[in-house]
Structures are given as structure tokens and as C-alpha cells.
Design a binder for this molecule. Structure first.
Ligand code: GN1
Ligand code: MG
Length: 361
């Protein structure tokens, strides 16, 4: 494999000769590696999952548009465009990707040295910085006027997810449906409430903007001081609602346990982390958010967490065809842990709304 990875890395415009390729990280979807060249430059090499991101070339164009736009603004503000934005490294033929003989798609970006990532938001200070990071990302791309290709139709669209869900239940491909009747009820009992929220997006009451759509904390690079350098993993940059970014961040930041915690007692929503993120986010985003966006900000945390319950459970019912899993019941464990988080958010919903109002004054 390593020879193969080396030869794939050589297909890109890297500085120096490839000296090594090592595996990195835990993504559920792509395969990610670090490439080191002689004299010590580092890059991120990824096999992009074409079964999910389709077509990959359009996705890479989206990513490049966003990166170039952010770079321009960082430069204007006197910042460092190589550290405060992602840099896509083209292949030798100038394309933003390389296709290997197995018809798999590869892409490379610069590794940002000295950047720090976190698996969880352990302190309010970190959550505050993360909130500023997402708010700033959204404001940086707010005036990007070039259209993006929708490579993931219906990504955070619950109507679309229910369509997939209904099909999955009708098919019961892995024969697991009867064993998860209780979990299915968790999803069904909230169906109309979630659709009612999404109607606001469909009717344009909640506007559509360029958003990140995968704002978990591991997708943010911090500097040594704990300030945000930039937001990474731009595979899912789409026209969507900013609420999805806020909600997904809250799903990840505020969880006192792991996304796949087997011990449900570990899982709850930490209101102080919610407060700190919201404060940071609104400091950056308040100026461009509409009243409707602010009204549903707290609810978006429930929406995205609910969607994740549905997606993990649906993948379990389908026989684990989407997410990478580590055990036969991994998707079910994830479902239960995310549901516990959802319940904790529901229980603290009034306080969440109060906090949003407090920082909007
Ligand atoms: C996937 O692959 P990764 O970890 O970046 C997923 C997100 C989920 C997340 C759950 C394209 O993200 O939507 O929230 O897993 N990405 C896609 O942790 O489906
Ligand atoms: Mg991702």
C-alpha cells in the first residue's frame, strides 16, 4: 500500500521528493494520510469517497472557490493565507484531483504546521474560540458570489432524509428492523416537529447561504494560543442554512461524552459550553443573521442531533453501508448516544433559548 500511496502522492505538485506516507485520523468517510517530503514539507493526502461525494471534481471546484475567496480576504486583512485558509495542491496536470487505476479520486492540501486540533471542547474558552471560528467562516464566505455545485442533494434536509428513512424501513435490508422498534419510535415521534422547522427553509423564511455543514470541533484548526486558524474539511461546503453549522457544532462541542459512548451516563449537553460557543458565534454572526435565523438557533442543535440519530439508525437498518463502523452494533451505539444527547438538549431547551437572547441584545 505504501508504494502505491507514494506513487499517488507523486502525482501532485509537491515541494521536494516524497519521503513517507502515514495514516491519519478517524474520518468516517474518506481515507486520510500525511505525506512528508524531503526537505520536511508536509501535506494531507485524501482518498475522497466518490460513493458519497459525487461528482468529486465538482466538489473540488467548490472547495477551491471557497479557499481562494477566503485567501483573498485574509491577505487583504494582512493575515497569512497559507495558515488562515486551506491550500489545495493541484495534481501535475493542473487538476485539483488525481484518479488512480482503480478509478478512485485523490486530493492533496497543505498541512498547516503548528496547528492544534481537539476531540472535544473541554473548556468554555475553547468553545468560545470555536464559535468565533464558525461565525467568521460564515462571514468570510457570505459575499462569495460564484455558484457552488450541490454535490450532496438533501444533505441536512430532513424531508429528504425521511424519504431515505421510509425506503430503508420498507426494505429492512439487514433484517434488523424489529429489534430496533423502540429506536424507530424515537425518530417517528419527532417527525412532524422536524418537518415543521424545515418548512421554514423551504419557504425561504430562513435564508440559504454558503455553509460548511460539518462543523464538529475536529474540523477546526486552532493556533497554540487557542485562537482559530481556519476551518478544514470543506467537502460539504454547500448552499444551506447557517443553522446547520451552528446545530452541528453544538451536537459535537456540548456533548459531555463521546459520539459513540457506550456509557450513556457520560452523555449530556453541557450548557456552559453551549453558552460559550453561542457567545463567540454571535459576536461574529449577529450582524448578518436575520430574526428568523436567530429565532431557530437553539432549535438547530436539536434538529441536527435528531438528524444524526436518524442517520446512524438508518445506516444500522441498512446494514452499515454508509459510515465506517468498528463493530456490528457500532451504528446502534451511536444512535443511542446521540439520542441521549438529544434528550438532554430537549430538557435544557428553555435555557438554550435564553442564552441566545442574552447574546443578541
Ligand atoms: C461524517 O466523515 P466525517 O467524520 O467528516 C458525516 C457527517 C456526520 C459525521 C458524524 C459527508 O463526517 O455529516 O455528522 O460523520 N459526513 C458526511 O460524526 O456524511
Ligand atoms: Mg466531513
Amino acid at each position: 500500500m505504501n508504494n502505491k500511496l507514494t506513487s499517488i502522492a507523486q502525482q501532485f505538485q509537491l515541494e521536494g521528493e516524497v519521503a513517507g506516507v502515514t495514516n491519519l485520523g478517524e474520518g468516517f468517510i474518506n481515507d486520510t494520510y500525511i505525506v512528508v517530503t524531503q526537505p520536511g514539507k508536509r501535506y494531507i493526502l485524501q482518498r475522497k469517497n466518490k460513493r458519497i461525494f459525487s461528482p468529486v471534481p465538482a466538489m473540488m471546484e467548490n472547495i477551491q472557490k471557497v479557499c481562494m475567496h477566503i485567501k483573498k480576504k485574509v491577505e487583504l486583512a494582512g493575515g497569512d493565507p497559507l495558515r488562515e485558509a486551506m491550500t489545495v495542491i493541484p495534481a501535475n496536470d493542473g487538476k485539483l484531483y488525481f484518479v488512480d487505476e482503480e478509478d478512485e479520486f485523490w486530493a492533496v492540501c497543505l498541512f498547516i504546521e503548528g496547528a492544534v486540533t481537539y476531540d472535544s471542547a473541554k473548556t468554555p474558552a475553547l468553545a468560545y474560540a470555536g464559535g468565533k471560528g464558525i461565525g467568521k467562516f460564515q462571514s468570510l464566505v457570505a459575499d462569495l458570489n460564484e455558484p457552488l455545485t450541490d454535490i450532496l442533494p438533501g444533505f441536512h434536509n430532513i424531508r429528504f432524509r425521511f424519504k431515505q428513512w421510509d425506503e430503508a424501513l420498507a426494505k429492512d435490508a439487514a433484517g434488523r428492523k424489529t429489534a430496533v422498534a423502540q429506536e424507530i419510535e424515537w425518530v417517528e415521534s419527532r417527525r412532524s416537529e422536524m418537518l415543521a422547522f424545515w418548512e421554514n427553509v423551504e419557504k425561504g423564511v430562513i435564508p440559504t447561504r454558503i455553509t460548511h455543514n460539518d462543523t464538529k470541533i475536529t474540523n477546526i484548526l486552532f493556533d497554540e494560543k487557542g485562537d482559530v486558524l481556519c476551518v478544514i474539511d470543506l467537502d460539504t461546503v454547500l448552499n444551506s442554512t447557517v443553522l446547520n453549522d451552528f446545530g452541528d457544532a453544538m451536537r459535537s462541542y456540548t456533548n459531555t461524552g463521546a459520539e459513540d459512548d457506550e456509557n450513556l451516563a457520560n452523555v449530556s449537553m453541557d450548557l456552559e459550553i453551549f453558552r460559550a460557543f453561542t457567545k463567540g458565534y454571535l459576536e461574529e454572526a449577529k450582524s448578518f443573521l436575520t430574526t428568523a435565523e436567530i429565532e431557530y438557533l437553539a432549535f438547530s442543535a436539536r434538529y441536527i442531533t435528531y438528524e444524526q440519530v436518524l442517520r446512524f439508525l438508518m445506516d444500522y437498518i441498512n446494514g452499515d453501508t454508509y459510515y465506517r463502523t468498528k463493530s456490528a452494533d457500532h451504528n446502534l451505539v451511536r444512535t443511542r448516544a446521540q439520542y441521549k444527547l438529544l434528550q438532554s438538549m430537549e430538557a435544557q431547551f428553555n435555557e438554550m433559548n435564553r442564552i441566545v437572547r442574552e447574546y443578541c441584545r
